[in-house]
Ligand binder design. Sequence first.
Ligand code: SAH
Ligand code: SF4
Ligand code: F3S
Length: 446
Amino acid sequence: MMYFEGKKYNVVTYGCQMNVHESEKISGILQDLGMTLVNEPELADVVVFNTCCIREGAEDRAFSNIAALKKCKAKNPDMIIAVCGCMPQQKQGKYDLKKKLPFVDIVIGTHNVNMLGAYLTRVVDTKKRVYEVVDTPIDLSENKTTIRDDKINAYVNIIYGCNKFCTYCIVPHVRGRERSRPYEDIKAEVKDLVSKGYRYITLLGQNVNSYGKDLNNGMTFASLLTKLCQIEGEFKLKFMTSHPIDFNKDIIKVMKREPKVAKCLHLPVQSGNSDVLFRMNRHYNIRHYNKLIKATKRGVKNVSLSTDIIVGFPGESEKAFEDTVKLLKKVKYDQVFAFMYSKRTGKPASILPNQIDESVKNKRLNKLLREQKFISKQMLNDCVGKTYNCLVVVHNGVTMGLTDGGREIYLPNDSNALENHFVDIKVEGIRNHKLSGVIKCQKSHQ
Ligand code: SAH
Ligand code: SF4
Ligand code: F3S
């Protein structure tokens, strides 16, 4: 539509990688309409808020930032504001977006975001608001323009939705049931990205290990990974998020065997206490989780581990919390993403007895983060003497290797000829709390 030609847009994103990637597709839709990106929402003709409702804080932040645009809209009545993503999709959200934000032009959910272009045109044509939240996905095809933010890493969706229904979580309610993307589509997208020079391809899904279950063609996540490794070129595959109930030995085998699979694993545990895990409806106990970690460490040399933790889940005793701290000490994660439990209206955990005070949650979160900081410091020493296959990057004239887990290893500056290639780097020491190393030999995965 000619109307949008030359106009300016901005997209404000909250939430997980899934949303970050969705915003890249939203940018694609807007650029296809002829618009260009500006850095400030205040300067834009079209502003899209891609929202998250995983915790109350995420909702509050989005709501107040949208509300703050009211003044801009008053000055520039032609400004079009759209709100999409997980917040409008929920049935019992904290805010009634339709009533509380009357100046917002478009409110849509997660299932119809790829129709955003049509909704924008409709607003211009009819001068009426669009409020459309639907229960089932419309049009799963993904062959649209995507404006990617990162030059090294590219996200690729492999599965949408979640079937797990953890008792605290809103995701299955706002993203629907699991739907695997056809293999041929995924392969074509990965091939295209590799040919464009992306070195890391991150396969995305709320539970990537469930890939294929709904396709009924025998494909599994392990076989998907194996097949994608056949694609020619210098690249590595990452994936997130894994679930301890579906992550298995077959996947560990592929991680061990295939040089093109990054040696890192994000495996959210949520709690180190089996009673809490039961109330969370996670379907595994801590013994099972520990077994998986042990098998991964044994199978995948120098693997980098990360996890998500919720502190202060209803009924979490001091002892149960300490079990989580113990787990962190035992596993030694490279990264821990920890959150205070946030009540989501209508979710089973919100009516469990023994809800924990905010002050206690806060205390536990701080203690956990303090412990992890200490562990991370110690782990730096563990890296010395080890060899990692790294991507060589040059930032502001400084040359370093990036491990699959995202650690930086400083290199002698004459290594910059190898920029943008994978090489083996041996860590030799620590300088100013940073690792330093030397290149062992060049190894590319052609
Ligand atoms: N599918 C992934 C990630 C889901 S959301 C998984 O199963 O792990 C990302 C993280 O947010 C979760 O792992 C969990 O740690 C956290 N989270 C989800 N709901 C929450 C809630 N109500 N309160 C606090 N943290 C929550
Ligand atoms: Fe939420 Fe659980 Fe699904 Fe993860 S597996 S998205 S935590 S319901
Ligand atoms: Fe948030 Fe939705 Fe992701 S609730 S964490 S943006 S799936």
